[in-house]
Design a binder for this molecule. Structure first.
Ligand code: PMP
Length: 311
């Protein structure tokens, strides 16, 4: 289990993690009015530590926060610098997971709690903990959730909003209760949206396909990395088009992409083997390419890595 680092950046200062607390009156706790990110830092091939695509994650955090009228009060660059400082202060030397959270804070004492966004003050917290790869390279089993991914006129699904994850939690819970590892959610139109905390790719008739942003999914940074690496390194173009449940059941390969889970082969869906029931060749090639990039082995993508400290 991941060891918790001793420090968090919380309300403008670095404090011991046990002091990074919020009052029970915090609006985000009561109504889910927060936005967050998950970012990874990787031990590099030369022994140093670097954060992968930190700037892209913080740009998404700032976009998410605009939707909820949360003033983070820092630029993406400043957030990157703050994160580097946090990792240096906790003397991180192993693979690390970084969790920034910007949220609507406590209402003033005596104030009537309300669900408004305007006029509620904002807060920022960033914590980090040691976390290596946790997904099974041999592949996982997914259900097709009975819970649908909310439509974009129900929730701002392209923003990474804390309250929206009730939907994801219910889908995972249902999947685990039925003996699966994760859930794939369809959107309200019955097309594949995404998995509980990752995007979905399928290899169908020799082509790499992933649902478009209009399928009510979070546009993952790992999804973008995979599209780029498939084109640059494997000469495989990605088709962005809607996938049905039957497309997944007939696919030769299916895999998930996300910062936390990285690239995960899906070898069973709804109790059936995907292809031969083992990770496919394109999935395996992308998994290798991804590790080479995040660990700084492939110099062409060094611009995606922000050094925390050298070897
Ligand atoms: N969809 C959801 C719902 C997620 O929580 C995540 C994880 N952030 C993703 C997709 C994948 O996004 P990323 O590759 O940027 O981590």
């Amino acid at each position: 289990s991941p060891a918790i680092a001793a420090l968090a950046y919380h309300d403008g200062e670095f404090v011991p993690l046990e002091r990074a607390l919020v009052p029970v009156t915090t609006q985000a706790l009561q109504y889910g009015t927060g936005v967050f990110e998950g970012i990874r830092a990787y031990v590099q091939v030369d022994g140093g530590l670097a954060i992968f695509r930190a700037h892209d994650h913080y740009r998404r955090l700032l976009r998410s926060s605009r939707t909820l009228r949360i003033e983070v009060g820092k630029s993406a660059e400043e957030l990157c610098d703050l994160t580097v400082e946090l990792l240096r202060r906790i003397e991180a030397t192993e693979d690390t997971y970084i969790r920034p959270l910007a949220y609507k804070r406590a209402l003033l004492p005596g104030e009537r709690p309300g669900v408004q966004l305007l006029g509620v003050s904002d807060a920022l917290s960033v914590n980090a903990f040691r976390m290596g790869s946790y997904t099974d390279p041999a592949g996982i089993s997914c259900s097709i959730a009975s819970w649908r991914r909310p439509a974009s006129d129900v929730l701002p699904v392209r923003a990474k909003v804390t309250g929206g994850y009730v939907n994801n939690a219910l889908a995972v819970d249902e999947a685990r209760a039925a003996g699966h590892d994760d859930a794939i959610l369809l959107n309200s139109r019955g097309h594949v949206a995404e998995a509980s905390t990752s995007n979905v790719f399928a290899v169908v008739g020799g082509r790499l396909v992933t649902p478009p942003a209009t399928a009510d999914l979070l546009e993952g940074i790992t999804r973008d990395t995979v599209v780029t690496l498939a084109a640059d390194l494997l000469d495989v173009a990605t088709d962005f088009h809607d996938l049905g449940r039957d497309d997944l059941l007939n696919a030769d390969e299916v895999f998930l992409t996300g910062t936390g889970s990285e690239i995960v082969p899906v070898t069973r869906i709804a109790g059936r083997n995907v292809g031969d029931g083992v990770p496919g060749p394109l999935t395996t090639a992308l998994m290798t390419a991804y590790q080479d990039v995040v660990r700084g082995k492939d110099r062409r993508y060094h611009h995606w890595l922000q050094a925390v400290h050298p070897a």
